[in-house]
Design a protein around this ligand. Sequence first.
Ligand code: UDP
Ligand code: MG
Length: 312
Amino acid sequence: MDKKLLTIVVPCYNEQESLPLFYQAIKEMENEGKLSSVNLEFVFVDDGSRDNTLEVFRHLSQQDDRIHYVSFSRNFGKEAGIYAGLEKSTGDYVVIMDADLQDPPAMLPEMLSYIGTGEYDCVATRRVDRKGEPPIRSWFARKFYRLMNKISNADIVDGARDYQMMTRKVVEAILAMKEYNRFSKGIFGWVGFRRKWLEFENVERVAGETKWSFWKLFIYAIDGIVAFSTAPLIMASIFGLLMCIVAFVFIIIIIVRTLIFGDPTSGWPSMVCIMLLVSGIQLLCMGILGEYLAKTYLETKKRPIYLVQEEK
Ligand code: UDP
Ligand code: MG
């Protein structure tokens, strides 16, 4: 039987130090015969790096003609990088890996063995712990996954990484989702197919530093919710309904009170509080609406997901 081709897709943003180490790690595994069941192909994506990542690509691809690369005209984000990588991939199987070795290559043989049985279309991984991460960040992350699963029908797993191996069928399904606001975790969950989960313990990155600040993660979470759930929109209606009920009860109380005690002019402070509360809720709901509108606006422009400056 012919050997299957495995494409390794690596989105890179300022990874000049990590990438050679990554390539080295894969080479070592090959030399040890751990990847002998497949032929390899690499697709490196340079997501508008400001360091010499592209130089590293060129250099490596001269040594190894299984290396292909795409370089973006600017930073488009990891999601765009993944999309470009998948588009360029030709393998029967495709695996997405970070350049910083936080996605342990040692898991590749196990992934291959599962996918090779034909029982699964996709072998995904999740971190079972969040060692080395600020506790507050972990707390927010957990809450986010809980909420997300309640309000959307994309099956999003806590600790799920983008590190996953999939068959061509799944790759095609993901590529068919051409949305501009790409929330990969949601997209992977949304397409479905038969998935096997593997677990591993968090590994710290080998070199360079993470591109995620707390604020960036927060925005990312909001994007995820907006992309895969319309539940927040319903919140506005629920708030409105609650307010109406409360107002109705108040009106009755006031009418009854006026009938019994006459009409002394008081209650100005409570009035101000109520006005503030109501206008606050109105603004919040408008904000939520605006968020969806903004995303819709960007989608309707049908801008390309990424622009290529150089590729091989
Ligand atoms: N990355 C990217 N574009 C970006 C940010 C990150 O392609 O705008 C890549 C990065 O080079 C790395 C992977 O995405 O290979 C994960 O990034 P990082 O290690 O910073 O995230 P973390 O592991 O901390 O979640
Ligand atoms: Mg990382």
